[in-house]
Design a protein around this ligand. Structure first.
Ligand SMILES: [Zn+2]
Length: 402
Protein backbone atom coordinates (compact mmCIF):
# COMPACT_ATOMS: atom_id res chain seq x y z
CA UNK A 1 0.00 0.00 0.00
CA UNK A 2 1.11 3.45 -0.80
CA UNK A 3 -0.36 6.81 0.13
CA UNK A 4 -0.59 9.96 -1.85
CA UNK A 5 -1.45 13.07 0.06
CA UNK A 6 -2.92 16.08 -1.65
CA UNK A 7 -4.36 19.34 -0.50
CA UNK A 8 -8.00 19.77 -1.46
CA UNK A 9 -10.10 22.91 -1.73
CA UNK A 10 -13.76 22.46 -0.87
CA UNK A 11 -16.01 25.42 -1.52
CA UNK A 12 -18.04 26.91 1.35
CA UNK A 13 -21.06 24.65 0.85
CA UNK A 14 -19.03 21.48 0.57
CA UNK A 15 -16.84 22.46 3.50
CA UNK A 16 -19.93 22.86 5.67
CA UNK A 17 -21.03 19.43 4.53
CA UNK A 18 -17.64 17.92 5.33
CA UNK A 19 -17.76 19.45 8.80
CA UNK A 20 -21.22 18.00 9.28
CA UNK A 21 -19.94 14.59 8.16
CA UNK A 22 -17.09 14.77 10.61
CA UNK A 23 -19.46 15.58 13.38
CA UNK A 24 -21.86 12.76 12.47
CA UNK A 25 -18.91 10.35 12.40
CA UNK A 26 -17.80 11.64 15.76
CA UNK A 27 -21.29 11.20 17.14
CA UNK A 28 -21.40 7.64 15.84
CA UNK A 29 -18.01 6.81 17.29
CA UNK A 30 -18.96 8.08 20.70
CA UNK A 31 -22.31 6.35 20.57
CA UNK A 32 -20.77 2.99 19.71
CA UNK A 33 -18.19 3.41 22.46
CA UNK A 34 -20.95 4.22 24.89
CA UNK A 35 -22.73 1.00 23.92
CA UNK A 36 -19.54 -0.96 24.42
CA UNK A 37 -18.98 0.52 27.87
CA UNK A 38 -22.57 -0.14 28.84
CA UNK A 39 -22.35 -3.75 27.68
CA UNK A 40 -19.16 -4.21 29.67
CA UNK A 41 -20.79 -2.93 32.82
CA UNK A 42 -23.66 -5.33 32.29
CA UNK A 43 -21.23 -8.19 31.72
CA UNK A 44 -22.07 -8.58 28.04
CA UNK A 45 -19.34 -8.89 25.50
CA UNK A 46 -19.82 -7.14 22.19
CA UNK A 47 -17.92 -7.89 19.06
CA UNK A 48 -17.10 -5.83 16.02
CA UNK A 49 -20.01 -7.37 14.16
CA UNK A 50 -22.45 -6.42 16.95
CA UNK A 51 -21.55 -2.76 16.82
CA UNK A 52 -21.74 -2.84 13.05
CA UNK A 53 -25.29 -4.14 13.25
CA UNK A 54 -26.04 -1.41 15.71
CA UNK A 55 -25.26 1.15 13.00
CA UNK A 56 -28.35 0.11 11.12
CA UNK A 57 -30.52 0.58 14.18
CA UNK A 58 -28.99 3.99 14.88
CA UNK A 59 -29.73 5.11 11.35
CA UNK A 60 -33.28 3.88 11.44
CA UNK A 61 -34.29 4.93 14.92
CA UNK A 62 -31.94 7.21 16.87
CA UNK A 63 -30.34 9.43 14.31
CA UNK A 64 -31.86 9.58 10.83
CA UNK A 65 -29.30 12.22 9.80
CA UNK A 66 -26.79 9.40 9.60
CA UNK A 67 -28.40 8.59 6.28
CA UNK A 68 -26.50 11.60 4.97
CA UNK A 69 -23.26 9.79 5.58
CA UNK A 70 -22.05 7.27 3.06
CA UNK A 71 -22.79 3.84 4.55
CA UNK A 72 -19.25 2.51 4.19
CA UNK A 73 -17.93 5.62 5.85
CA UNK A 74 -19.97 4.75 8.91
CA UNK A 75 -18.69 1.21 8.80
CA UNK A 76 -15.19 2.65 8.80
CA UNK A 77 -16.04 4.54 11.99
CA UNK A 78 -16.87 1.22 13.58
CA UNK A 79 -13.62 -0.19 12.29
CA UNK A 80 -11.70 2.76 13.66
CA UNK A 81 -13.22 2.19 17.07
CA UNK A 82 -12.20 -1.44 17.09
CA UNK A 83 -8.72 -0.60 15.84
CA UNK A 84 -8.35 1.72 18.80
CA UNK A 85 -9.60 -0.97 21.15
CA UNK A 86 -7.04 -3.41 19.80
CA UNK A 87 -4.24 -0.90 19.98
CA UNK A 88 -5.12 -0.20 23.58
CA UNK A 89 -5.29 -3.90 24.41
CA UNK A 90 -1.93 -4.39 22.76
CA UNK A 91 -0.36 -1.71 24.90
CA UNK A 92 -1.89 -3.23 28.00
CA UNK A 93 -0.35 -6.59 27.11
CA UNK A 94 3.03 -4.96 26.84
CA UNK A 95 2.66 -3.74 30.40
CA UNK A 96 1.68 -0.13 29.80
CA UNK A 97 -0.74 1.48 32.20
CA UNK A 98 -3.74 2.37 30.16
CA UNK A 99 -6.96 4.07 30.86
CA UNK A 100 -10.28 3.69 29.16
CA UNK A 101 -10.87 4.56 25.55
CA UNK A 102 -11.97 8.16 25.53
CA UNK A 103 -14.85 9.81 23.85
CA UNK A 104 -14.02 12.12 21.02
CA UNK A 105 -14.63 15.73 21.94
CA UNK A 106 -15.78 18.36 19.52
CA UNK A 107 -13.25 18.91 16.73
CA UNK A 108 -11.28 15.86 17.78
CA UNK A 109 -12.67 13.76 15.03
CA UNK A 110 -10.76 14.80 11.98
CA UNK A 111 -10.99 12.11 9.37
CA UNK A 112 -13.64 10.76 7.06
CA UNK A 113 -12.90 7.45 5.38
CA UNK A 114 -14.03 6.19 2.04
CA UNK A 115 -13.04 2.62 1.52
CA UNK A 116 -13.33 0.83 -1.83
CA UNK A 117 -16.25 2.89 -3.05
CA UNK A 118 -18.18 6.11 -2.74
CA UNK A 119 -15.62 8.26 -4.44
CA UNK A 120 -14.46 9.24 -7.87
CA UNK A 121 -11.08 10.72 -8.53
CA UNK A 122 -11.12 12.80 -11.63
CA UNK A 123 -9.16 15.47 -13.36
CA UNK A 124 -8.33 18.04 -10.68
CA UNK A 125 -11.27 16.97 -8.57
CA UNK A 126 -12.56 14.40 -6.17
CA UNK A 127 -16.22 13.52 -5.99
CA UNK A 128 -17.42 12.06 -2.72
CA UNK A 129 -20.74 10.36 -2.29
CA UNK A 130 -23.08 12.37 -0.02
CA UNK A 131 -20.64 15.28 -0.04
CA UNK A 132 -20.05 16.55 -3.54
CA UNK A 133 -17.31 17.77 -5.75
CA UNK A 134 -14.02 19.06 -4.34
CA UNK A 135 -11.24 20.77 -6.19
CA UNK A 136 -7.93 18.99 -5.78
CA UNK A 137 -4.36 19.52 -6.79
CA UNK A 138 -2.73 16.29 -7.83
CA UNK A 139 0.89 17.26 -7.96
CA UNK A 140 1.90 13.67 -8.50
CA UNK A 141 0.57 11.04 -10.79
CA UNK A 142 -1.38 8.37 -8.93
CA UNK A 143 -0.17 4.95 -9.99
CA UNK A 144 -1.82 1.69 -9.07
CA UNK A 145 -5.24 0.59 -7.91
CA UNK A 146 -6.97 3.10 -5.71
CA UNK A 147 -8.25 1.35 -2.62
CA UNK A 148 -9.60 4.16 -0.57
CA UNK A 149 -9.48 7.78 0.30
CA UNK A 150 -9.43 9.61 3.59
CA UNK A 151 -10.41 13.22 3.92
CA UNK A 152 -8.87 15.00 6.84
CA UNK A 153 -8.86 18.42 8.36
CA UNK A 154 -5.75 19.92 9.87
CA UNK A 155 -5.86 23.46 11.19
CA UNK A 156 -8.69 24.37 8.87
CA UNK A 157 -6.97 22.98 5.80
CA UNK A 158 -8.32 19.97 4.04
CA UNK A 159 -6.36 17.05 2.70
CA UNK A 160 -7.10 13.93 0.77
CA UNK A 161 -4.99 10.89 1.34
CA UNK A 162 -5.35 8.36 -1.43
CA UNK A 163 -4.46 4.78 -0.63
CA UNK A 164 -3.13 2.87 -3.54
CA UNK A 165 -2.34 -0.76 -3.79
CA UNK A 166 0.85 -1.25 -5.69
CA UNK A 167 0.16 -2.71 -9.05
CA UNK A 168 1.74 -6.09 -9.46
CA UNK A 169 5.34 -5.55 -10.24
CA UNK A 170 5.71 -6.11 -13.90
CA UNK A 171 8.24 -8.83 -14.01
CA UNK A 172 8.93 -10.37 -17.29
CA UNK A 173 10.48 -13.72 -17.29
CA UNK A 174 13.32 -13.70 -19.70
CA UNK A 175 12.92 -16.63 -21.98
CA UNK A 176 15.71 -17.34 -24.32
CA UNK A 177 15.57 -19.77 -27.12
CA UNK A 178 17.57 -22.81 -26.10
CA UNK A 179 19.92 -22.55 -29.01
CA UNK A 180 20.81 -18.96 -28.31
CA UNK A 181 20.59 -18.73 -24.56
CA UNK A 182 24.25 -19.52 -24.13
CA UNK A 183 25.35 -17.05 -26.70
CA UNK A 184 26.58 -13.66 -25.79
CA UNK A 185 28.16 -11.08 -27.99
CA UNK A 186 30.05 -7.88 -27.53
CA UNK A 187 29.76 -5.19 -30.17
CA UNK A 188 32.24 -2.44 -30.81
CA UNK A 189 31.14 0.33 -33.10
CA UNK A 190 34.08 1.68 -34.88
CA UNK A 191 35.89 3.76 -37.29
CA UNK A 192 36.93 1.40 -39.99
CA UNK A 193 33.81 -0.70 -39.81
CA UNK A 194 30.31 0.05 -38.79
CA UNK A 195 30.77 -2.53 -36.09
CA UNK A 196 32.93 -5.43 -35.08
CA UNK A 197 31.76 -8.10 -32.69
CA UNK A 198 33.41 -10.54 -30.32
CA UNK A 199 32.40 -13.43 -32.52
CA UNK A 200 34.79 -12.04 -35.16
CA UNK A 201 32.05 -10.72 -37.38
CA UNK A 202 32.20 -7.31 -38.80
CA UNK A 203 29.84 -5.06 -40.65
CA UNK A 204 31.29 -2.61 -43.09
CA UNK A 205 30.33 0.98 -43.06
CA UNK A 206 27.36 1.09 -45.32
CA UNK A 207 28.56 2.79 -48.45
CA UNK A 208 25.22 4.45 -49.06
CA UNK A 209 25.79 6.56 -45.99
CA UNK A 210 28.98 7.97 -47.41
CA UNK A 211 27.37 8.40 -50.80
CA UNK A 212 24.43 10.29 -49.39
CA UNK A 213 26.74 12.30 -47.16
CA UNK A 214 28.73 13.35 -50.21
CA UNK A 215 25.56 14.26 -52.02
CA UNK A 216 24.30 16.32 -49.13
CA UNK A 217 27.63 18.13 -48.93
CA UNK A 218 27.44 18.91 -52.65
CA UNK A 219 23.93 20.32 -52.39
CA UNK A 220 24.99 22.43 -49.43
CA UNK A 221 27.82 23.89 -51.46
CA UNK A 222 25.46 24.69 -54.32
CA UNK A 223 23.00 26.22 -51.93
CA UNK A 224 25.61 28.57 -50.57
CA UNK A 225 26.19 29.99 -54.03
CA UNK A 226 22.53 30.58 -54.84
CA UNK A 227 21.03 34.00 -54.42
CA UNK A 228 18.72 34.46 -51.49
CA UNK A 229 15.00 33.97 -52.21
CA UNK A 230 15.77 32.81 -55.73
CA UNK A 231 13.83 29.99 -57.34
CA UNK A 232 17.03 28.01 -57.82
CA UNK A 233 17.79 28.29 -54.17
CA UNK A 234 14.35 27.03 -53.28
CA UNK A 235 14.85 24.09 -55.58
CA UNK A 236 18.20 23.28 -54.04
CA UNK A 237 16.65 23.44 -50.60
CA UNK A 238 14.03 20.98 -51.67
CA UNK A 239 16.71 18.66 -53.02
CA UNK A 240 18.54 18.92 -49.73
CA UNK A 241 15.44 18.03 -47.78
CA UNK A 242 14.81 15.07 -50.00
CA UNK A 243 18.38 13.88 -49.60
CA UNK A 244 18.09 14.05 -45.82
CA UNK A 245 14.81 12.21 -45.90
CA UNK A 246 16.29 9.56 -48.13
CA UNK A 247 19.25 9.26 -45.78
CA UNK A 248 16.99 8.82 -42.79
CA UNK A 249 15.06 6.04 -44.51
CA UNK A 250 18.25 4.28 -45.50
CA UNK A 251 19.55 4.52 -41.98
CA UNK A 252 16.36 3.17 -40.51
CA UNK A 253 16.29 0.29 -42.90
CA UNK A 254 19.89 -0.58 -42.22
CA UNK A 255 19.53 -0.32 -38.44
CA UNK A 256 16.37 -2.45 -38.50
CA UNK A 257 17.93 -5.30 -40.40
CA UNK A 258 21.12 -5.30 -38.41
CA UNK A 259 19.48 -5.11 -34.99
CA UNK A 260 17.08 -7.90 -35.90
CA UNK A 261 19.99 -10.14 -36.80
CA UNK A 262 21.64 -9.64 -33.44
CA UNK A 263 18.47 -10.06 -31.43
CA UNK A 264 17.67 -13.24 -33.32
CA UNK A 265 21.03 -14.79 -32.68
CA UNK A 266 22.17 -13.80 -29.24
CA UNK A 267 20.82 -14.04 -25.72
CA UNK A 268 23.03 -11.34 -24.31
CA UNK A 269 24.22 -8.39 -26.34
CA UNK A 270 26.80 -6.01 -24.97
CA UNK A 271 27.45 -2.59 -26.45
CA UNK A 272 29.36 0.45 -25.44
CA UNK A 273 27.55 3.27 -23.89
CA UNK A 274 28.24 5.29 -26.96
CA UNK A 275 31.04 7.70 -26.75
CA UNK A 276 31.86 8.79 -30.21
CA UNK A 277 33.63 12.00 -29.29
CA UNK A 278 36.94 10.25 -29.51
CA UNK A 279 36.28 9.18 -33.03
CA UNK A 280 37.67 11.40 -35.65
CA UNK A 281 36.26 11.54 -39.08
CA UNK A 282 37.54 13.51 -41.98
CA UNK A 283 34.51 15.69 -42.05
CA UNK A 284 31.87 16.70 -39.61
CA UNK A 285 28.95 15.88 -41.80
CA UNK A 286 29.88 12.26 -42.24
CA UNK A 287 30.62 11.98 -38.55
CA UNK A 288 27.18 13.17 -37.65
CA UNK A 289 25.68 10.83 -40.19
CA UNK A 290 27.46 7.81 -38.74
CA UNK A 291 26.72 8.87 -35.20
CA UNK A 292 23.05 8.98 -36.05
CA UNK A 293 23.21 5.57 -37.66
CA UNK A 294 24.87 4.05 -34.61
CA UNK A 295 22.41 5.67 -32.27
CA UNK A 296 19.56 4.37 -34.34
CA UNK A 297 21.06 0.89 -34.37
CA UNK A 298 21.53 0.87 -30.59
CA UNK A 299 18.03 2.17 -29.94
CA UNK A 300 16.44 -0.44 -32.21
CA UNK A 301 18.60 -3.07 -30.57
CA UNK A 302 17.41 -1.90 -27.22
CA UNK A 303 13.69 -2.16 -27.84
CA UNK A 304 13.91 -5.32 -29.89
CA UNK A 305 16.02 -7.03 -27.25
CA UNK A 306 13.46 -6.13 -24.64
CA UNK A 307 10.49 -7.41 -26.54
CA UNK A 308 12.32 -10.60 -27.49
CA UNK A 309 13.43 -11.25 -23.93
CA UNK A 310 17.08 -10.69 -24.72
CA UNK A 311 19.46 -8.85 -22.50
CA UNK A 312 21.14 -5.73 -23.77
CA UNK A 313 23.96 -4.48 -21.60
CA UNK A 314 25.50 -1.07 -22.10
CA UNK A 315 28.96 -0.86 -20.68
CA UNK A 316 31.29 1.98 -19.89
CA UNK A 317 33.72 2.22 -22.81
CA UNK A 318 36.59 3.09 -20.48
CA UNK A 319 39.74 1.06 -21.20
CA UNK A 320 38.07 -1.24 -23.70
CA UNK A 321 40.74 -0.37 -26.24
CA UNK A 322 43.74 -0.42 -23.91
CA UNK A 323 43.01 -3.57 -22.00
CA UNK A 324 44.03 -6.99 -23.22
CA UNK A 325 41.01 -9.22 -23.57
CA UNK A 326 43.14 -12.32 -23.14
CA UNK A 327 45.19 -11.67 -20.02
CA UNK A 328 43.13 -8.78 -18.67
CA UNK A 329 46.08 -6.43 -18.23
CA UNK A 330 45.72 -2.79 -19.03
CA UNK A 331 48.45 -1.71 -21.40
CA UNK A 332 50.06 1.60 -20.67
CA UNK A 333 51.12 2.30 -24.20
CA UNK A 334 48.37 4.25 -25.87
CA UNK A 335 46.97 2.66 -28.96
CA UNK A 336 46.96 5.14 -31.82
CA UNK A 337 43.91 5.33 -34.01
CA UNK A 338 46.00 4.25 -36.97
CA UNK A 339 47.17 1.11 -35.22
CA UNK A 340 44.95 -1.72 -36.29
CA UNK A 341 46.62 -4.37 -34.21
CA UNK A 342 46.57 -4.56 -30.46
CA UNK A 343 49.82 -5.94 -29.08
CA UNK A 344 49.73 -6.88 -25.43
CA UNK A 345 52.97 -5.99 -23.67
CA UNK A 346 52.21 -8.56 -20.97
CA UNK A 347 51.10 -11.74 -22.67
CA UNK A 348 52.38 -10.71 -26.08
CA UNK A 349 49.15 -11.58 -27.88
CA UNK A 350 48.35 -9.73 -31.07
CA UNK A 351 44.75 -9.08 -31.80
CA UNK A 352 42.70 -6.99 -34.16
CA UNK A 353 42.09 -3.86 -32.14
CA UNK A 354 38.34 -3.78 -32.69
CA UNK A 355 37.87 -7.44 -31.89
CA UNK A 356 39.90 -6.94 -28.74
CA UNK A 357 37.63 -4.02 -27.85
CA UNK A 358 34.44 -5.95 -28.57
CA UNK A 359 35.62 -8.80 -26.36
CA UNK A 360 36.39 -6.39 -23.57
CA UNK A 361 32.91 -4.98 -23.93
CA UNK A 362 31.51 -8.47 -23.57
CA UNK A 363 33.75 -9.29 -20.60
CA UNK A 364 32.62 -6.09 -18.89
CA UNK A 365 28.98 -6.93 -19.52
CA UNK A 366 29.33 -10.45 -18.20
CA UNK A 367 31.48 -9.73 -15.19
CA UNK A 368 29.54 -10.48 -12.08
CA UNK A 369 26.64 -11.56 -14.21
CA UNK A 370 27.39 -14.85 -15.86
CA UNK A 371 30.23 -17.30 -15.86
CA UNK A 372 33.01 -16.53 -18.24
CA UNK A 373 32.16 -19.69 -20.12
CA UNK A 374 29.53 -17.66 -21.89
CA UNK A 375 32.27 -15.97 -23.79
CA UNK A 376 32.06 -17.19 -27.29
CA UNK A 377 35.72 -17.90 -27.81
CA UNK A 378 38.08 -16.88 -25.14
CA UNK A 379 41.71 -16.97 -25.81
CA UNK A 380 43.93 -17.08 -28.77
CA UNK A 381 42.64 -16.71 -32.22
CA UNK A 382 45.18 -16.57 -34.98
CA UNK A 383 45.14 -13.22 -36.65
CA UNK A 384 44.60 -14.53 -40.11
CA UNK A 385 41.42 -16.27 -39.09
CA UNK A 386 39.95 -13.11 -37.71
CA UNK A 387 39.42 -11.57 -41.04
CA UNK A 388 37.94 -14.64 -42.61
CA UNK A 389 34.52 -13.43 -41.87
CA UNK A 390 31.72 -12.46 -44.02
CA UNK A 391 31.64 -8.97 -45.27
CA UNK A 392 28.11 -7.84 -45.10
CA UNK A 393 26.39 -6.49 -48.09
CA UNK A 394 25.29 -2.94 -48.03
CA UNK A 395 21.55 -3.10 -48.31
CA UNK A 396 20.99 -6.46 -46.72
CA UNK A 397 23.08 -6.68 -43.62
CA UNK A 398 23.26 -10.02 -41.97
CA UNK A 399 25.58 -11.33 -39.38
CA UNK A 400 27.12 -14.66 -39.66
CA UNK A 401 26.89 -16.49 -36.42
CA UNK A 402 29.35 -19.11 -35.45
ZN1 LIG B 1 47.61 -9.72 -22.61
Amino acid sequence: MRNYKFRIYPNKVVEAELNRQLDLCRWTYNRLLEELNKAKEEGRKLKRYDTQKLLVKLKEEDKPELKNVYSKTLQMVNQQLWNNIHTLAGRKKKGYKIGKLRFKGYDLFKTVFYNQSGFIIGNKKIILSKVGKIKAEFHREIKGNIKGITISKRSNKWYACIQVENPKQERKQIKLKPNTSQKAVGIDVGLNHFLVDSGNNYVENPRFLQKTADKIAAIQRQLAKKKKDSKRRQKAKLRLNNAYEHLQNQRKDFAHKLSTEYVKNYGIIAVENLNIQGMVRNNRLSKSIYDAAWNLFISYLSYKAESAGRILVKVDPKDTTQRCSVCGQKNTEHLQLSQRIFKCSYCKIELDRDINASRNILIKALSGREPASMLAEPGHIPLRKQRQVQTLKREAPSVRVE
